[in-house]
Design a protein around this ligand. Structure first.
Ligand SMILES: [Zn+2]
Length: 124
């Protein structure tokens, strides 16, 4: 399946630097599980934590996800499919033993990084 998002969005880069600054090391754009068709934006294999940074537009955030007026129905369906896929990925990876966390691209990177660190502490 074609990926709907491009790599290295500003939000991902900001979160990566924030994680780096608090001393966490991670992998970028990898499949947490080789057998599953999902790539996480950030993976911390040692802690089995997978992080997704969802684009507000493509994944339909409540604050910024308003679809364009032309082709509104088409966009709604497209974004609904993306969201269904997100939910499936989260669920499937959790079932495989991963801690999955999703952030919106509008969320503050430092805050997200602290949340990841808290999850790691809870998981280890
Ligand atoms: Zn947003």
């Amino acid at each position: 399946m074609k990926r709907v998002k491009r790599r290295d969005t500003a939000a991902e880069v900001a979160l990566r630097s924030a994680l780096h600054r608090i001393g966490l090391r991670f992998r970028i754009d990898q499949k947490p599980e080789a057998d599953l068709p999902y790539r996480a934006d950030i993976t911390l294999p040692r802690y089995r934590v997978a992080v997704f940074v969802d684009g507000c537009f493509w994944h339909g955030c409540d604050e910024h996800g308003t679809a364009s007026k032309s082709n509104a129905k088409w966009w709604r369906q497209k974004i609904a499919r993306n969201r269904a896929r997100d939910a499936k990925a989260t669920q499937t990876l959790r079932r495989a033993g991963w801690v999955v966390v999703r952030f919106w691209e509008h969320e503050e990177p430092q805050k997200c990084a602290r949340k990841v660190r808290a999850l790691i502490r809870a998981a280890s």
